[in-house]
Design a protein around this ligand. Sequence first.
Ligand SMILES: [Zn+2]
Length: 323
Amino acid sequence: MLWRSRRVSRRAVAVLSALAFVGVGGSGPGYAPAAEPAPARPPDRCADESADAADAARGRIGRDVHDTRHYTTAERAAIERRTDRILARKNAAAGSQGDVQATEIRRIPVYFHVIRSKSGKGGVSNKRIDRQIKVLNRTYAGRESDAAANTSFRFDLKDRTRYRNTRWFNGNRSLKMRRITRQGGRRALNIWTLNLDVLGIATFPWQQADRPKLDGIRVHFRSVPGGSLTHYNRGKTATHESGHWLGLWHTFQGGCAAPGDHVGDTPAEATPSQGCPEGKDTCGSSGKDPIHNYMDYSYDTCYNQFTSGQNSRMNNMWAAYRA
Ligand SMILES: [Zn+2]
């Protein structure tokens, strides 16, 4: 579902990784930053679920496969039509009309799974898990910028589980791993921390019904707050990936052409942002690029907002697929 990747640049530069999965970061008891230097190059923000195909086929997620999975314009249009139909049916049944209003707070139960190698690499402490949950709540509450929307979503940690499996830790057997470990129903957010080639990977809400045991987000263990991944260790990868899990596209989805990310108040942008390029403006009249939006690919320190339009979309997606 998402890649927060910087595909273009990475591929162009060859050094950057490609896309799709998100970050890298993490920590935990026994974690030794000195022994685990951060990758020399910036990680891809996220990966696409299509990586699972490669995962299944060769047992390993690779940089050359990931996020190549683009939803085509036709596929995205079909998703929008399907969502509209579901909402219309639900609203009719409920006797209401129009979009589901984003007025209520929706509390999402979170199941946090720490996947470590057999030697213990990849540990994430309880304290850092708690900090990650706080970051989710702070970012979804719009507390990082006056321009940020206070969204309807809050996150409650329900359970923490820990596994030692080197294959799982290295991103292999992801389908089996998720089927075995996932907890909760369709409204539950499962977060798995492990060692990825990208920062993170997410599933979309419209996939949930067909693949309920795979639903959730995977984030690099070094991307959690206090992790060792420079520029990506403030826990915002989980914010980004959960944005996909709630139905958001990247802000650069579709480039400058409408309908872009299907959100009216996020200016179109032609390319993913890297770092924090103030003033970046790739689509002329639509306004400056939304480099501070959690659904771009900027540094964690550059991120500070979702928009009200994104909040509405997340609420509609929730009503359609998770309510
Ligand atoms: Zn993404």
